[in-house]
Each structure stands twice: as structure tokens, then as C-alpha cells.
Design a protein around this ligand. Structure first.
Ligand code: RRO
Length: 309
């Protein structure tokens, strides 16, 4: 069975990589992902300067997933460019980048454009956890503005990480914008922003930043991820690939996201809860499911989701 998939010029031998922000802030963590059964590595969304992030506790696991308000802790863009330049690996590395101001995001992409880095880059338009900053992906005008400014100079393969949308009209409007740019891919979805988990015993929220509000990941969000992948696959130009992210804990979940149109799939909360062994387990579950169904490769079922007549 062939589990390979391509995005831009990159071939992933297996379709599972880590979601940005999971096991990817330091060189030690990133090397561990590359040494695991992951098909590639995404780096923690980098800002121009290093950031310590929000006060602790800022991540909390529940039976059905997680809530986080990390606040973009990262080592700074130069650290990740340096790590990639000095890492010898056959696995694709996707460099995630963002900023707390649009001007900083543009400057970061200018640095990447000027660097030797030629791999995939993911512009995160959907961080829900920077105090006082809305998610760009929920603002159509701001999304247009940043993409206009970026594609005025950026010529390397670029994807965007999107927040979850919940209305069909939102997909129409966002896809119409995205289709106007030479994007290599989109990544749907980031965490479901500004949810709330309550500890009933303590009668208190479970994370400190933002009064307890934070991005929800894990099993809670799989239907939202499936819907976003499906809705964008139905609306985007076929050249724009899709990374499906959200709520995967089994090989069947990966299968469902690919049925909806995902090219590759990212693991977030499940890796936080189970560790890097999740990659090998879920790869095996996907392989077993494909074998049982008689599929030889991902393209045999990608986007083949059926509807009622
Ligand atoms: O660092 C974070 O708080 C964070 C980011 Br940048 C993001 O894009 N998504 C998320 O759930 N947390």
C-alpha cells in the first residue's frame, strides 16, 4: 500500500505530520518528530522575535480533547530557519510563520523569501490566543490585504492556516478570496477558538490566560474539521491542496478527512496526549483500513465522499 502524498514540490511518504504548535518549539522536539513515524515536520508558528507566550497554566487535557491559550511561545524565526538549514532529513519540513501585527507577518515572509529556504511555508492566519488580537482569517478585508501584500513579493510555495468556519456563506466568501492567489495549499482547521472548559469541582476555569478562554482541539472538533475540508475542497481551485487538521485520534479519522478531500493530515491533541507513538499507530490503522477496503493508494478514495441523492 502506497501512503505517499504531495504538496507543492514536497513528497510525504506517509500522510501524517504534527500540527503546528505540537512537539515543535525546540530543536530537541523537532528532531524527535523527524525521528518518529511522522511523514514530515511542521514547526511552531514563528514570530520575528522570540516570545515566552502566555502565563501558565495554558494547556489542559480533557477526555475529549484539549484547550490551550499558549500565546505563541516560540524561539523566533531565525531559530527555525537555522534549524532547517542545519537539518539533514528526507522528510518535508513545513515552516509555520505568523505575527501579532500584519507588518510583522510581511517582514517575516520577506526574510523567508530572502533566505535559502525553499520548502513549504504556512502563514498562520488563525491564532486565537494573542490578547487583544482577532484572528485574521475571520476578517475578509484583512485576509485580502495580507495576501495582496504577500504575493506582491513572495514566490515560494505558501499555504495558509485557517480558523474554522461555521456557515456556508463564510466558505463561499473565503474561497472566492483564496482562489485569487497562487496558494500552494490551505490548512483547515486551527483550534476552535475561545472555547471554555470548566472544572466543576474547583468551580473554576482550567487555564489562566484570557479568563480561561482558549482554542479547543481533539475529538470535540472532528466534525468541524471534516466540514471545513469538504467545503473548501468543493470551492477551491483543484491546484490548491488541503491539509486536514482537527480531531484525529484513529486511522478511520484520517480516512474520513481524506474522503472529504484532505491531501495530508495533521495530528495535534492526540500527540499531546499519547506522544509521538501516535504516528505509527494511526499510520498502521489507516493501512489496515485501506487493505480491508481494497485501496492501494490515497488517491483511490480522496474526495470520494458520497452524498444522498
Ligand atoms: O500559540 C498559541 O496559543 C496557538 C496558536 Br499560535 C495557534 O495558531 N493555535 C492555537 O491553538 N494556539
Amino acid at each position: 500500500i502506497d501512503l505517499s502524498a504531495t504538496i507543492g514540490n514536497e513528497t510525504f511518504q506517509h500522510p501524517l505530520i504534527n500540527a503546528a504548535g505540537v512537539w515543535d518549539e525546540t530543536a530537541t522536539e523537532m528532531n524527535a518528530v523527524l525521528e518518529s513515524a511522522a511523514g514530515g515536520l511542521t514547526t511552531k508558528s514563528a514570530t520575528l522575535a522570540p516570545r515566552a507566550g502566555n502565563p501558565q497554566p495554558r494547556y489542559f487535557d480533557t477526555d475529549l480533547g484539549s484547550i490551550n491559550s499558549m500565546g505563541l511561545p516560540n524561539q523566533g524565526l531565525a531559530y527555525y530557519l537555522d534549524f532547517i538549514a542545519n537539518t539533514d532529513t528526507d522528510k518535508p519540513i513545513d515552516l509555520s510563520v505568523t505575527g501579532t501585527k500584519m507588518a510583522d507577518q510581511i517582514d517575516a515572509l520577506k526574510q523567508i523569501q530572502a533566505s535559502d529556504f525553499a520548502g513549504l511555508c504556512e502563514l498562520n492566519l488563525s491564532c486565537p490566543n494573542v490578547v487583544g488580537k482577532p484572528q485574521i482569517g475571520y476578517d475578509l478585508e484583512a485576509t485580502k490585504e495580507i495576501l495582496d501584500r504577500v504575493f506582491a513579493f513572495y514566490t515560494k510555495p505558501l499555504g495558509v492556516k485557517l480558523p474554522p468556519y461555521l456557515d456556508l456563506q463564510q466558505y463561499d466568501a473565503m474561497a472566492e478570496i483564496l482562489n485569487q492567489y497562487p496558494l500552494t495549499y490551505i490548512n483547515a482547521i486551527n483550534s476552535v477558538g475561545n472555547g471554555l472548559v470548566v472544572d466543576p469541582e474547583a468551580e473554576r476555569v482550567v487555564i489562566k490566560p484570557k479568563g480561561g478562554f482558549g482554542g479547543i482541539g481533539g475529538k470535540y472538533i472532528k466534525p468541524v474539521a471534516l466540514a471545513n475540508v469538504r467545503a473548501f475542497r468543493q470551492r477551491l481551485r483543484p491546484e490548491i491542496k488541503i491539509i486536514g487538521t482537527g480531531g484525529v485520534t484513529t486511522g478511520t479519522d484520517v480516512f474520513e478527512l481524506i474522503l472529504c478531500g484532505a491531501d495530508i493530515v495533521e495530528l495535534g491533541t492526540v500527540v499531546m496526549q499519547e506522544g509521538l507513538d501516535a504516528f505509527a499507530r494511526i499510520n498502521q490503522e489507516l493501512t489496515d483500513l485501506m487493505a480491508a477496503k481494497g485501496y492501494q493508494k490515497l488517491a483511490d478514495f480522496r474526495s470520494h465522499l458520497q452524498e444522498y441523492d
